[in-house]
Design a protein around this ligand. Structure first.
Ligand code: SF4
Length: 354
């Protein structure tokens, strides 16, 4: 059976070359062709001798996620419905969103098909966990989206691991993909341009803090008390706010690095003045900024916050020295927004919330 190369590190490719009896340095050459040049056809890897290219075509494969459908939003975002799977990995459908902006593009990718975490405001939760993605399937979403849009790419690429799934519950594959994204010899993105968003898996946060190479960290907060968070995100019963925020206080942030706390404002649920004041107290002594994300009306029983409550909430945070930004989700008309990624075949207004 051909060996799948997408998702392999330079070291793994070197070992693979050695296992074929080839020169070890061919491994890094393939690594460069795959991730730097985005060559997905061995015939096009002209940095390799013809005989090796032919051999690889027989003995190896490069499987990018296959685009099943594209949903284009009026705001320029594109939601991709991808089909993944191979002889060794069960077929599944996942989603990514490509969001172009002046001077940059942001690509939101999935780390699992479906999700087991069960946040109540999230359509992905309704799928349950289908399976973990491999490192190749994770990095492949970025490469496929860049390749698709190659004609009009901006100089800067941001990647957010905020699509389907909880990245820290698929830790090894996620980090293998992140290392390729952050490697200057790989995809070559800066650490501040790759953000991993978690619902608050404390052992994963602690493990991430020990990594030499790691992305920025965003935490899906969404509530100002345990009672409220238990009701919205059952994971809070396992890792309550005091435990989660203690893990944040102990996390070895680098100079000028911040946590991003994502806070989805749900009208009448967590958007009051008292909520804002409690959030300020919760985040005391944590280097944090807060993204306020007004709820996208969808198929779930929540309502959007009023403009007035959004502005008041932000004002209280900023007044108390907590940098806070209002982020309207992009791609709402094609179900591409936070919490909307649920492999919906139809176009219409997306939501995964981390
Ligand atoms: Fe899973 Fe994220 Fe949705 Fe929560 S918000 S259910 S962690 S995909």
């Amino acid at each position: 059976m051909p060996v799948e190369l997408l998702g392999k590190s330079a070291e793994e490719l070197r070992d693979f070359m050695v296992s074929l009896g080839e020169k070890p340095y061919r491994g890094p050459q393939i690594y460069h062709a795959l991730y730097k040049e985005r060559q997905f056809d061995f015939a096009a890897m002209t940095n390799l001798p013809a005989a090796l290219r032919e051999r690889l075509a027989q003995e190896a494969s490069i499987t990018l996620p296959r685009i099943l459908r594209r949903f284009a939003s009026v705001d320029g975002s594109i939601r991709y419905l991808f089909s993944i799977g191979s002889e060794t990995a069960k077929p599944a459908q996942i989603e990514s969103v490509f969001m172009p902006r002046e001077g940059r593009q942001t690509i939101c990718i999935s780390t699992q098909a479906g999700c087991a975490v069960d946040c109540h405001f999230c359509l992905t939760a309704q799928l349950g966990l289908i399976r973990n993605l491999t490192a190749g399937e994770i990095v492949g979403q970025v490469l496929a989206a860049l390749q698709e849009n190659r004609e009009h790419l901006a100089p800067q690429t941001n990647v957010v691991l905020m699509g389907q799934g909880e990245p820290l519950l698929n830790y090894d594959a996620t980090m293998a993909a992140v290392r390729i994204l952050l490697d200057p010899k790989g995809v070559g993105l800066g650490p501040r341009h790759v953000t991993l968003s978690t619902s608050g898996i404390v052992p994963g946060i602690e493990r991430l803090g020990k990594e030499k190479i790691r992305p920025s960290l965003a935490i899906s907060l969404n509530a100002s008390s345990d009672e409220q968070r238990d009701a919205l995100m059952p994971i809070n019963r396992k890792y309550p706010l005091s435990v989660l925020l203690e893990a944040c206080r102990n996390y070895p942030l680098r100079p000028r690095e911040y946590f991003t706390f994502e806070y989805v404002l749900l009208g009448g649920v967590n958007d009051t003045v008292e909520d804002a004041r409690r959030v300020v107290r919760l985040l005391a002594h944590i280097r944090a900024k807060v993204n306020l994300i007004p709820w996208n009306p969808g198929n779930l029983p929540y309502r959007a916050p009023t403009e007035e409550s959004i502005e008041k909430f932000q004002e209280i945070l900023v007044e108390k020295g907590v940098p806070s930004f209002i982020r309207y989700s992009r791609g709402q008309d094609v179900f591409a927004a936070c919490g909307q990624l649920a492999s919906l075949e139809s176009a219409g207004p997306i939501v995964s919330l981390q």
